[in-house]
Design a protein around this ligand. Structure first.
Ligand SMILES: [Zn+2]
Length: 424
C-alpha cells in the first residue's frame, strides 16, 4: 500500500513537473550529441554481450591472468611467443562511445618481464594503464614501458610480473563498495544522512547522501555522478566537491544554513561493478535517457529530485553532473538568446569566473556548443525542469589526481560563494 501511494505521488509529480520540460518536444526532436554513435538516444533495453569470468593459466610460462573480480574487463587472453601476450577487450555491446575500459590482474610463479599487447573490438586504446600491486594504491605506468600505437588502436606494455597480483586497469578501481565506504566515513557528521533511493536494474543499491541542517525552507543543490562507468576522475571530482561542502570552514557552515544538498554519487552501479565501457546492465547510455526515462536508474534519480523539490521547483539553485573526458571541460547550457539577461546563464558564468579567480593559472575550458536544451542528458533535463543553472562537469581522464582534489574543492567553494550572494 505504502509503495502504491508513493508510486501514485511520484506519478502525479511527474505529470505536474516531469512533463513541463518536454511538452513541446517529441522523441523525434531529441538529438544526441555530435560524437554519439548511432542509436544512442534509443534507450529501450539492448542485448549485452557476456564477459566470462575466469583465470587463465599458461603452464609453460607459469603465468596467470584473471578477470574474477568486480569492475574487471578482459574478454580473452593468449600467448603470442615466449614473452609476448595478447589481451583482448570488448565492450558490453555496440555501437558504443570509445570509453575502452579494461581491468585485469596478472601474476606468475617467479619474477619475470612480459610484453603485453592490448587489442580492442569495437574501439581503440584510450586510457593510460594504471598499475597496482594491492588493488588500492595506483600509479600510471612508466612511459618508458608503454607505447600507445594510435595507428592500430592498440597499446604495447612491458610489465614486471611477480608472484603477487599486478592489477592493470584503465583507471583506478573505484567501485560500488568504495562508494559505500566513502559514504559511511562521512556519516560521522550529524547533518548528513545516507539512504537508498532504490535499486539498479540488477538490484544494486542507489545511494543518496543528504546534507541537511534541518533549516526551515532551504534552497536546494543537486549533485549526481558516475552515469558512465569508466569516468573515475569524475568520481574523484564529485568526492572532493562534496567534501568541501561538509567541512568546518565558515563558508561551508554559512552555506549549509541556507542550502540543503542532495548527492547521488553513483547512478550506474551495475555498469561500474561489471566493468562496462559506457552503459547500464540493460545496455543503455543512461545520460541519453533523460527524455524517454526507459531505465530504472534514470527514473529513480528523476523521481527523487522531483520529490525533493516538491511544489517549490524554484528552490533548486544549482545542478551538476560529474563526468570524465579527454580534458577538463565545463559543458554549460548556452545563453537563452531570447533574453537580454539570462539569470541561470549569468549564475553559471559567475561561478566559472570565481573558480578562475581562485585558480588563475588553471586553464578553464568552457563549452556552450553542445547544449540546445533538447539533448536527452541530465543537465538539459534539470535546466528545463528547474530553470536552474545546470551543467556537466567533465574532468580529464589523465588529469593529475592531486590537481582534481584542489580544483574541485575550489569549484565547490566558488559555487557556495556565488549562491550565497544571490538573493533568496
Ligand atoms: Zn560521461
Amino acid at each position: 500500500m505504502r509503495s502504491l501511494s508513493l508510486h501514485l505521488i511520484t506519478t502525479i509529480l511527474f505529470l505536474i513537473f516531469g512533463c513541463s520540460s518536454t511538452k513541446e518536444t517529441s522523441q523525434e526532436e531529441i538529438k544526441g550529441l555530435p560524437y554519439d554513435p548511432p542509436g544512442s538516444t534509443v534507450t529501450t533495453n539492448k542485448t549485452i554481450y557476456p564477459q566470462h569470468k575466469r583465470t587463465f593459466l599458461f603452464s609453460g610460462s607459469k603465468l596467470y591472468v584473471s578477470n574474477e573480480f568486480p569492475g574487471s574487463r578482459l574478454n580473452d587472453f593468449y600467448q603470442e611467443d615466449d614473452s609476448t601476450f595478447i589481451a583482448v577487450i570488448e565492450p558490453e555491446n555496440s555501437p558504443i562511445n570509445n570509453s575502452a575500459w579494461y581491468s585485469f590482474k596478472i601474476w606468475s610463479e617467479m619474477d619475470r618481464e612480459i610484453n603485453l599487447k592490448i587489442l580492442y573490438k569495437d574501439g581503440s586504446h584510450r586510457y593510460i594503464p594504471k598499475l597496482s600491486y594491492d588493488g588500492n594504491n595506483w600509479r600510471p605506468i612508466d612511459t618508458n614501458y608503454y607505447f600507445n600505437d594510435t595507428s592500430k588502436g592498440i597499446a604495447n606494455l612491458k610489465l614486471k610480473i611477480k608472484p603477487t597480483s599486478l592489477w592493470v586497469s584503465a583507471q583506478e578501481l573505484f567501485l560500488s563498495d568504495d562508494y559505500e565506504s566513502w559514504i559511511d566515513e562521512l556519516m560521522t557528521k550529524s547533518f548528513l544522512k545516507k539512504s537508498v533511493i532504490g535499486e539498479s536494474a540488477k538490484g544494486r543499491a542507489i545511494n543518496k547522501i543528504e546534507i541537511n541542517e534541518e533549516n526551515k525552507d532551504p534552497d536546494l543543490v543537486f549533485i549526481i555522478g558516475r552515469q558512465h562507468p569508466p569516468e573515475v576522475t569524475g568520481a574523484f571530482a564529485l568526492k572532493s566537491f562534496v567534501e568541501k561542502l561538509i567541512d568546518d570552514s565558515e563558508l561551508s557552515k554559512n552555506f549549509r544554513k541556507r542550502f540543503r544538498v542532495i548527492v547521488i554519487p553513483l547512478v550506474n552501479p551495475d555498469g561500474v561493478d561489471e566493468g562496462h565501457w559506457r552503459h547500464n546492465s540493460n545496455g543503455v547510455d543512461l545520460n541519453r535517457d533523460w527524455f524517454a526515462f526507459n531505465q530504472p536508474e534514470t527514473r529513480l534519480v528523476r523521481d527523487e529530485l522531483l520529490k525533493t523539490a516538491g511544489q517549490s521547483q524554484s528552490k533548486v539553485k544549482f545542478f551538476v553532473d560529474f563526468h570524465s573526458t579527454q580534458q577538463d571541460v565545463f559543458y554549460i547550457i548556452a545563453k537563452d538568446s531570447s533574453l537580454d539577461f539570462d539569470p541561470t546563464y549569468e549564475t553559471t558564468k559567475s561561478w566559472l569566473n570565481r573558480t578562475h579567480e581562485i585558480f588563475p593559472d588553471y586553464k578553464l575550458n568552457v563549452d556552450e556548443s553542445l547544449n540546445d536544451y533538447n539533448a536527452p542528458t541530465s543537465d538539459d533535463w534539470a535546466y528545463n525542469v528547474f530553470n536552474a543553472p545546470a551543467l556537466t562537469y567533465e574532468i580529464g581522464d589523465e588529469t593529475d589526481r592531486a590537481l582534481i582534489r584542489k580544483i574541485c574543492s575550489g569549484a565547490a567553494e566558488a559555487m557556495m560563494e556565488i549562491l550565497l550572494k544571490a538573493k533568496k
